[in-house]
Design a protein around this ligand. Sequence first.
Ligand code: CA
Ligand code: CA
Length: 464
Amino acid sequence: MIRIIQAICLGVLSSAPVQGAHEKDSRPPNVLMICIDDLNDWVGFLGGHPDVKTPHMDRLAEQGRNFANAHCVVPVCSPSRVSVMSGLHATTHGSYDLGPSYQTIKRLKDAPCMQAYFKEQGYRTLSGGKILHHGFNGSLKDAIDVNLGGYGGPRPKKQMNWPGGGWDWGAFPESDDEMTDFKLAKNAAAALKEKHDQPFFMSVGIFRPHVPMFVPQKWFDLYDRKKIALPKAPLADLTDLPPNFNRRLNIEPTHAEVQEKGDWRGMVHAYLACVSFADMCVGAVLDGLNEGPNKESTIIVLWSDHGFHLGEKQHWAKRTLWEESTRTPFIIAGPGIEKGGDCREAVSLLDIYPTLIDLCGLPKRKELDGLSLMPQLKNAKAARKEPVISTSYYENHAIRTKDWRYIRYADGAEELYDHRNDPDEFTNLAKHPNHREMKQSLAKWLPKDAAPEVKKPGDQRKRK
Ligand SMILES: [Ca+2]
Ligand SMILES: [Ca+2]
């Protein structure tokens, strides 16, 4: 019986490209969601670094739609993930920093996370690694049927290359088999090789390249330390920036600290090594899918929670409203989805939830803030009706369209970049009279009634 239902499902999917709604009584497609922590555009299919090696993700991008201009909601782990999973913008739910968990945010009390919604619709949910920063606990506990494993580790007993804290890096441990991410990938692959009596929603959260940047030596050996390109970070780039952006709240090292205490080239090398290791883990998960019975009936979505600076604009890590912080890899592939053809329209990670609802033919949820990307899956050049809004801390926003980025900070300071000829965002055009109209048209999209910040109990730090 199951085989018959699957056969019907395969027929429907293979003959109906990007159909969306499945016919009544047929089985909807499975979902395999892979998210990667702190992975910026240093992947082959986005061209963010000339030396990076990511063959597995590159192949996936070729097999589906590569959203080459995708941006996070908030450029830091927890609120980015809360936004993706709730389908609601930070300006709706009010979490702008690491503090509160999904379960404790009042505005999300009646907002089912994606896994819970799919489960409600008859899906079996499997999940492992880092999906929500604080995990599926409390009221979210029932959202997950099968736990595929945790994340993090292992770490060496002594610091290797950084004086102290979480920013250490180096060749450790000996083998991939000791890596938590690889164990998770193997668990996911094994589950993907099985037949499932229900449609499934599997989420796999790979932790590297998040710091500490430890992976086995062989991943460092993929790159020639002396020859790898360093990011462009001219000091002169800073002269046209407003001086105000939250640098005092930044918990990451400054570029000056990295150069003084550490080893810029070594850390770029370590990040590249971690990206290639994460890519191998993605490959292991996809091998499991390809070798099992679910290949033809599973939608794949891959994304990262935000970008990552490695010295650009003299900055490290995330939390800024520049391209390095907000741009993320984002691919949708699977049965019926057109192969190849990059989408250059600006899209948001918020769009994942409504798009998966449409691809799986589930009842729509009108309260979601994102837009379904069905038009862009059918036609890579289809315009998204609205620009994408990224927010970092309360009332600081970036508006991104296909060609422009406009930033407005809480104190009114502005930046404007033309991506057609300035992909590095070196030249701030905000004060240029020729671009006043463009600036005004983008400013119209600034959120007008952003939710006040929800803080973790006891967190009294001021956010302005
Ligand atoms: Ca992250
Ligand atoms: Ca500049």
